[in-house]
Write a protein that binds this ligand. Structure first.
Ligand code: GLC
Length: 551
């Protein structure tokens, strides 16, 4: 790694890293087709290095019919022509490394695209064939097999089964264009191990693992007996027929051996939605995955007690297995946090756009809280993920016209689920009107950008010391330089009222204070290194955070 990289021991870089999520189709469009691409990312790498992050995670860029924005992969060893070429991908990895940035890719092992050659072969080969055995084909129920094999539901709405011409059904926990693989099949395991090596050999530093809690299915395929409400809430503690089953861990142990055989070792981050932190920690045992997104943090309302519980539970769980925490506030699947925190009511989780329906947004408030949340997250022990655009304080676009929406969840539920497009709107880089430098002048971004984003462009914010971008840059710089930040320990500082503040110290000589109450509070003794809002007569205003040098 270049001298620009982190001061901490290299093999442990993932325990402290600030990782920036590049949602490629919305980051920067180099060729003007309205969709972001590798050329666009390469052009902005110096900008990302200057922002002060340690690594990028790039969402799926493989050839794909794009029925689920690339999470429907038809070839795991190439690049979708919309995004570029395999040579450009290799160059991007090298460019990033030269700038001291690591690169994490996204791997989708739970399902392939229905256009993947394996699935096409399975359709042709017919029932009982080895080709079908790589997926989960079953006979239907009913007198003539006309009913699905069981009552499982797709996460995106509707049944999780689709019938093919010869009468068999195949399982898809997501869209019907995303058939689930059978992870008890040896071909499947061998193929993915080879895919990992393909990219690790190209210099990739790690993988974000899509739906890491979904690969193992109960071979009996029993009915769930649940409605759609319970679908996303696995409460069976290891006994759910398709989420978070214990058998899945064998796969991660095998993947860990592959990552460890590289020098430097490659790393994994799991997307695993589990019932609680204890279950999540199973993925983080020393011979499994290195990190996992802490979605409980992302789902917590803006409330001191709720956030403190999440921090404590997460730290206790990872400590048991010797792992580090991984904090995250937003990603491409949830409502942007500026808009979540903009809601008056903060007593429940508001992570999908449907949760926000009918509630008024106070974006100024949401922005204030997001500034404070950034300082909180960046001060907590462990690594963290930033979702592109949060450094600009972008809100969710809540009023996208139905006609432009592309999320299969919107389509499959006929709009009952408003979908995830609103957090995927292309980044405004510069200028006064769309495409705001996302693509060349005159190009049309794949989702429309609000005209009001004029004031939120990276260019406008770079010129303004009080902007969200300036705050992120300053915080990330301090985070890299300060020996107390990143991985390590913390201690709650309870001299301040824990009902309305979150305050903690980290050694050597650092404190973070967040004020959730209604009135300004006094700060502990120390020099203010950074604050998310201007202090008023030396007091920290409500919905603000400060970092202090103590002792
Ligand atoms: C993950 C991805 C999401 C995708 C789904 C199916 O949850 O983050 O975007 O739709 O998996 O692959």
């Amino acid at each position: 790694m270049s001298p620009a990289s982190h001061h901490r021991a290299d093999a442990d870089w993932h325990r402290s890293a600030a990782i920036y999520q590049v949602y490629i189709r919305s980051f920067r469009d180099g060729d003007g087709d309205g969709i972001g691409d590798i050329a666009g990312i390469r052009e902005r790498l110096p900008w990302l290095a200057e922002l002060g992050i340690d690594a990028l995670w790039i969402n799926p860029w493989y050839p794909s019919p794009q029925h689920d924005a690339g999470y429907d992969v038809s070839d795991y060893r190439d690049i979708d022509p919309r995004f570029g070429t395999i040579d450009e991908a290799r160059e991007l990895i090298d460019d990033a490394h030269r700038l001291g940035l690591r690169v994490i890719l996204d791997i989708v092992p739970n399902h392939t695209s229905s256009e993947h050659p394996w699935f096409q072969a399975a359709l042709t080969a017919g029932p009982g064939s080895p080709e079908r055995a790589r997926y989960l084909f079953r006979a239907g129920r009913g007198t003539d097999g006309e009913l699905p094999p069981n009552d499982w539901l797709s996460v995106f709405g509707g049944a999780a089964w689709t019938r093919v011409a010869d009468g068999e059904w195949y399982l898809h926990l997501f869209d019907s264009t995303q058939p689930d693989l059978d992870w008890t099949n040896d071909d499947v395991r061998a193929e993915f191990e080879s895919i990992l090596r393909f990219w690790f050999d190209a210099g990739v530093d790690g993988f974000r693992i899509d739906v890491a809690h979904g690969l193992a299915k109960d071979p009996e395929m029993p009915d769930l007996g649940l409605g759609p409400e319970q679908l996303l809430a696995p409460t069976a503690h290891g006994n759910h027929p398709h989420w978070d089953r214990d058998e899945v861990h064998e796969v991660w142990q095998a993947w860990r051996r592959i990552a460890d055989a590289y020098d430097p070792p490659r790393v994994y981050v799991a997307e695993a939605w589990t019932e609680d932190d204890e279950r999540l920690s199973h993925y983080l045992r020393p011979d499994e995955l290195h990190t996992a997104f802490n979605f409980h943090f992302l789902r917590a309302p803006w409330n001191a007690a709720a956030l403190r519980d999440v921090v404590d539970a997460s730290r206790a769980a990872v400590a048991r297995v010797g792992a580090a925490s991984t904090w995250v506030l937003s990603n491409h699947d949830v409502v942007r946090h500026v808009s979540r925190y903009a809601r008056e009511r903060q007593d429940r989780s508001l992570h999908s756009l449907g949760d926000l329906r009918g509630t008024a947004a106070d974006l100024e408030l949401g922005t204030l809280r997001s500034r404070a949340a950034a300082l909180l997250m960046l001060a907590l022990p462990g690594s963290c993920y930033l979702y592109q655009g949060e450094e600009l304080g972008l809100p969710e676009v809540e009023d996208l016209p139905d006609a432009v929406k592309q999320d299969p969840a919107f389509r499959r539920t006929k709009g009952v689920d408003p979908g995830r497009d609103g957090c995927r709107v292309p980044i405004p880089w510069s200028g006064e009107r769309p495409p705001f430098g996302f693509g060349p002048e005159g190009s049309e971004p794949w989702l429309p950008q609000p005209a009001g984003w004029r004031t939120l462009t990276a260019e406008a914010q770079a010129a303004d010391d009080s902007s969200m971008l300036a705050l992120y840059r300053a915080a990330l710089r301090i985070r890299r330089e300060h020996p107390a930040l990143g991985d390590g320990d913390m201690r709650w500082f309870d001299e301040l009222d824990p009902a309305v503040t979150l305050a903690f110290t980290r050694e050597p000589g650092f404190a973070c204070v967040v004020n959730f109450g209604d009135s300004p509070i006094e700060l502990p003794t120390g020099d203010v290194l950074l604050a998310s809002a201007e202090l008023v007569d030396g007091l920290l205003p409500k919905d603000a955070a400060a970092w202090l040098r103590t002792g």
